[in-house]
Design a protein around this ligand. Structure first.
Ligand SMILES: Nc1ncnc2c1ncn2[C@@H]1O[C@H](COP(=O)(O)OP(=O)(O)OP(=O)(O)O)[C@@H](O)[C@H]1O
Length: 670
């Protein structure tokens, strides 16, 4: 069978038709039985022993668990809390296994896939994770573009509409998903259905569902399980952990895997479990929910721990000696011959994944939509910038500079330097805090999508940085414009553009540092706590508070990674390289000597005039801006060197941030 045929078959798994053998799917969301079932794959796990550690002592979580799940069946994985359900699911899907030692084999139709199992399976996790700003349909389109990238847009669109119909999401297709706790969201049931919809877009041969009914009412829980059953009926192998299902929901499942104390105490057809428990001397009472009975009988009861453990071990022994166990072993033998179709499906899934360009485009699209829709945050960022500019402007308010009518005087020099210092500080803090929560905030989504193989990490990082650029370019323009009007900075276009370029570079460096902190911090609270102490040393050694020469030698390196150091020098240079100020001289003799001492540097901008008539102010001399720069040891010729250094910082901080993220998201942390 060619790949296209296989694909046609997979795509055609949902069509109009109804299998009379099956129970009516009146509560499902509407997957109808396929006329042509896909061939499907079998999942086997053999002698899985999983060891973790507790109080630095090794702890066996799963004890030689074996089993198989056949195509076309819906398996319930049940057990009391702590029985090992999630560990088994994680081991099978190769997720969240950091710190665990795993022995044994997991095979898909006889092929050991390792981490590639993610290409052939879908994992519907317990917590639904979405970017809240997207609508239901946009979210599915995003997934379709990344997972079915090699298919035409028409195909992707049809697939999206199909899963919307299958999962009964038509009513909320255009509704924004929302963020729990922050904004109005679609309902819990709709979220769960959307999670399933995003996973079945590619029609995976295996579906793992971890507690898909948690938090749903009985009708929705039953509908979700029936939907999984319908997917199974069409040839998918479905495994589902479930907690205390009602008898109606339990009835939907085909097979039961019961875990207790990390041991498989039953695996077989659901209806046979009753016989098995009877055979162990623990029959289920009439009219009692069998699922509750099985869990109760295999739970370690408080106050009767020893008794319960002995009983569970007896049940385990009975199962190991039973025909059901033999059947499991026999079922596994069938799949020992590897099926080459499995590697074809994996290759096809990999080939269908988006390339870097499409991934970048889609992630950028999603990030920009999120920014655009999140009006309150965008408004806050905008308001914070404008507000800061106005406050600094009001504090240092001054009529614009004019060579003849309103030249700077000594107080203006002091104020303007203060204003520039305040601007660099407020600017830096504002931009750093603009991005410092990025990764803790998107960590959950990023983690899930990256480990699902949806896109490479560096693309996610690049788009996160790129999405903020319009803001980074626009805001300094507005900020500087306001400052220019209110503070009366030196009014020349060359000074303005030099300041604008420097402000952009400061913003890029500060955001780079922000991304670094963001990548380091595990939570939003941690990012909030560590950002100021990590920024203050750069501010202190940036040259405002300590002259460069007096920086202690062991802190000297801090100066070189401080954007304050390069940025402030450039802003002062831009302000003072063209202008100057008028200094009143109360004593003409003192003025003469000052002028003489400066070797003629105190002159009027319009040419030499008498020192007592500078800039139209009597008894004053014009002091060139270079004198102000000299006071700070700033040099005009360092302007481009500083821009170069700021560029290195902006890139360098981002690279460090990326490497921190890559370390956190390494394969061993899956
Ligand atoms: N990484 C780990 N290191 C050490 N012990 C672990 C680790 N992961 C899980 N455990 C322990 O293994 C046991 C089984 O955990 P698991 O989460 O698989 O149970 P569960 O059946 O899914 O429980 P629940 O229904 O409450 O989610 C628990 O006692 C748990 O504390």
């Amino acid at each position: 069978m060619g790949r296209d045929d296989q694909n046609e078959m997979k795509v055609g798994t949902v069509n109009n038709g109804f299998d009379a053998d099956e129970k009516s799917n009146e509560t499902s969301f509407g997957i109808e039985n396929s006329k042509s079932k896909k061939s499907g794959v079998q999942l086997d796990w053999k002698d899985l022993t999983v060891t973790g550690s507790e109080n630095e002592q090794p702890k066996t979580i799963l004890h030689s668990v074996s089993g198989c799940a056949k195509p076309g069946t819906l398996m319930a994985i049940m057990g009391s809390s702590g029985a090992g359900k999630s560990t088994l699911m994680n081991t099978l899907t190769r997720r969240n296994i950091n710190g665990l030692t795993i022995e044994g084999k997991v095979e898909v139709s006889g092929v050991s896939l390792g981490e590639d199992i993610s290409h052939i399976s879908a994992y519907i996790q317990q917590n639904d994770v979405f970017i809240g700003a997207l609508t239901v349909e946009e979210h599915l389109r995003f997934h379709a573009r990344l997972k079915l990238s090699k298919k035409s847009i028409k195909f992707q669109t049809e697939k999206v509409l199909e899963v919307i119909r299958i999962m009964g999401l038509q009513k909320c297709a255009q509704t924004v998903i929302g963020t729990p706790g922050l904004s109005k969201t679609i309902s819990g049931g709709e979220m769960k259905r959307l999670s399933i919809a995003s996973e079945i877009l590619v029609d995976p041969p295996i579906i793992f569902a971890d507690e898909p009914t948690s938090g749903l009412d009985s009708y929705l829980a039953s509908a979700v399980c029936q939907t999984l059953k319908d997917l199974a009926r069409n040839g998918t192998t479905v495994l589902c952990t479930i907690h205390q299902p009602s008898s109606e929901i339990f009835d939907i499942f085909d097979t039961l895997l019961l875990l207790s104390m990390g041991r498989c105490v039953f695996l077989g057809p659901k209806n046979e479990a009753k016989k098995f428990f009877e055979s162990t001397g623990n029959p289920c009472r009439e009219n009692y929910n069998p699922a509750d009975h099985y869990i109760w009988e295999t739970s370690v009861l408080e106050g009767k721990e020893e008794l319960s453990r002995n009983k569970i071990l007896k049940i385990w022994d009975s199962f190991n000696a039973s025909d059901w166990k033999k059947e499991v072993a026999a079922g596994q033998v069938e799949s020992i011959k590897s099926d080459p179709m499995v590697t074809d499906v994996v290759d096809e899934a990999k080939a269908n994944k988006a390339n870097w360009f499409v991934s970048f485009y889609m992630l950028l699209w999603r990030a920009l939509i999120s920014q655009y829709r999140d009006k309150s945050t965008a408004g806050m960022k905008f308001g914070q910038n404008i507000g800061t500019a106005i406050i600094v402007g009001l504090v240092y308010l001054r009529i614009p500079w004019n060579a003849n009518e309103n030249p700077y005087d000594k107080t203006d020099v002091f104020n303007i330097n203060g204003a520039i210092f305040s601007a660099v500080c407020s600017f830096s803090f504002a931009y750093l805090f603009l991005v410092v929560f990025s990764f803790p905030r998107m960590k959950v989504v990023l983690r899930r999508e990256y480990y699902d193989g949806l896109y490479p990490l560096f693309i996610a990082f690049l788009t996160e940085s790129a999405a903020g650029l319009p803001f980074l370019f626009a805001m300094p323009f507005l900020f500087l414009g306001i400052q220019y009007c209110m503070i009366g900075l030196f009014p020349s276009w060359s000074a303005f553009w030099a300041m604008y370029l420097t402000c952009i570079m400061i913003a890029l460096s500060a955001t780079g540092y922000g991304y670094m902190i963001s990548a380091l911090a595990p939570t939003i609270e941690a990012a909030n706590a560590i950002a100021p102490p990590l920024m203050v040393p750069l501010l202190l050694f940036g040259g405002f508070f300590l002259q460069s020469d007096s920086v202690p030698p062991w802190f000297i390196w801090l100066k070189y990674i401080s954007w304050f150091y390069y940025g402030a020098e450039n802003l002062y240079v831009a302000q003072w390289r063209e202008g100057g100020y008028c200094m009143e001289i109360s004593n003409p003799i003192q003025g003469f000597f000052q002028k003489f001492a400066r070797n003629g540097s105190a002159t009027c901008p319009d040419g030499p005039t008498s020192f007592d008539d500078c800039c139209g102010i009597e008894n004053s001399v014009f002091v060139e801006g270079s004198v102000v720069l000299e006071g700070f040891s700033y040099k005009e010729e360092y302007f481009w060197r500083n821009i170069g250094c700021l560029t290195c910082l902006a890139v360098g901080f981002r690279l460090v941030a990326y490497f921190i993220l890559a370390f956190k998201f390494r394969a061993a942390n899956r």
